[in-house]
Ligand binder design. Structure first.
Ligand code: ZN
Length: 134
């Protein structure tokens, strides 16, 4: 069983989605695992990871804009750090994804990519990947 691998992600805006698929593929390749599962985990409370289309960039911008409308930054929250909306967005998107590996490759749908979701940037972020063989 391979150790946890870590990817560094540098975000440049308060809210953005960054395609980390190639970084995840690289981490999977490094393990040499031919069949199994890649767990992708974000160890942050104001960010997340999702799987979504990478072909039309309006999918990404619609997703971010709609989540921002659902959870406004100034929503009368009790959390005094000014990032309560980011915590809620992080919980909605979720902190992990699992993707199958077959033939040493991530098995994603044609239009799917793995996206790191920033909700309280810009920051230096980390993504952890654990590959389980099986
Ligand atoms: Zn906070």
């Amino acid at each position: 069983v391979a150790a946890i691998q870590q990817i560094e992600v540098r975000t440049t805006r308060r809210e953005e989605m960054i395609d980390i698929t190639s970084l995840v593929r690289g981490a999977v390749k490094k393990t040499g695992v031919q069949s199994g599962v890649a767990w992708i985990f974000v160890p942050h409370t104001t960010a997340g990871v999702t799987i979504q289309e990478n072909a039309d960039p309006t999918v990404k911008s619609d997703l971010l804009a709609h989540i921002a409308r659902l959870i406004p930054k100034d929503g009368g929250f009790q959390h005094a750090e000014g990032n309560a909306d980011a915590h809620i967005k992080s919980s909605l998107i979720g902190a992990s994804q699992a993707v199958f590996i077959e033939g040493g490759r991530l098995v994603l749908g044609t239009w799917q990519a793995v996206w790191f979701c920033e909700f309280d940037g810009p920051r230096e972020r980390r993504v952890q990947i654990k590959v389980l063989e099986g």
